[in-house]
Design a protein around this ligand. Structure first.
Ligand code: FES
Length: 203
């Protein structure tokens, strides 16, 4: 009971000390949406965690929301069964399919989908080449600029391509996968994602 009280207190503290961002889903054909939210300058400089309510995240392929954490865009996006089934087939074309580079992938996300829940992706939306923000291309179909690339994230600055787990294809200018930020799902309300706190940091 003491631990439960401590945990509840910790959760209340985290909730009170972070900003809750209302979820805004996007449609299947909408590639980008930037939530109109900014933390206070003090909270931002301190790198405060951001609590995100994803209850309204669209379940359609391409459903995505963007929040700011430590001055960086963080994407939270939906993946459907077909998109998930396509991921293992790409391994042979990827530079780091198993996410062995721990700079971009924390231990809790070292899996095929690079996520805590397969259907929900959480990535820092900054290209690992020179820092552009890639486009979200959720449709599993050949693209005009690459007939063999079936969607994912595309950085138009220098044509780097990533899959829907943020894994970079071999031979791209980008040297590494898109980063997975520390984050976890709230134990009491799984519609809340706390960006900035890894699962192992939750007490
Ligand atoms: S910044 Fe993305 S490919 Fe160069």
């Amino acid at each position: 009971m003491a631990n439960e009280g401590l945990n509840n207190g910790r959760r209340r503290f985290l909730t009170a000390s972070t900003a809750v961002v209302g979820a805004m889903g996007t449609g299947a054909v909408s590639y980008a949406f930037l939530a109109s939210w900014k933390p206070s300058a003090r909270a931002q400089s301190a790198g405060a965690p951001v609590t995100v309510d994803i209850s309204n995240l669209s379940r359609e392929p391409g459903g995505r929301m963007t929040v700011q954490w430590r001055g960086k865009p963080v994407w939270i996006f939906q993946r459907n069964v077909e998109q998930l089934a396509a991921l293992p087939k790409l391994d042979g074309r990827l530079a780091d399919p198993m996410s062995d580079n721990t700079d971009q992938t924390p231990a809790f996300a070292k899996n095929e989908t690079r996520s805590l829940k397969p259907e929900i992706g959480v990535l820092v939306g900054i290209c690992t080449h020179l820092g552009c923000s890639p486009l979200h291309v959720p449709e599993l179909q050949p693209q005009p600029f690459d007939s063999e690339w079936l969607g994912g994230f595309y950085c138009p600055c220098h044509n780097s391509r990533f899959d829907l787990a943020g894994r970079v294809f071999s031979g791209m200018p980008a040297p590494a996968n898109l980063p997975v930020p520390p984050h976890h799902f709230d134990k009491l309300n799984p519609s809340l994602i706390v960006v900035g706190v890894a699962p192992e940091e939750v007490v």
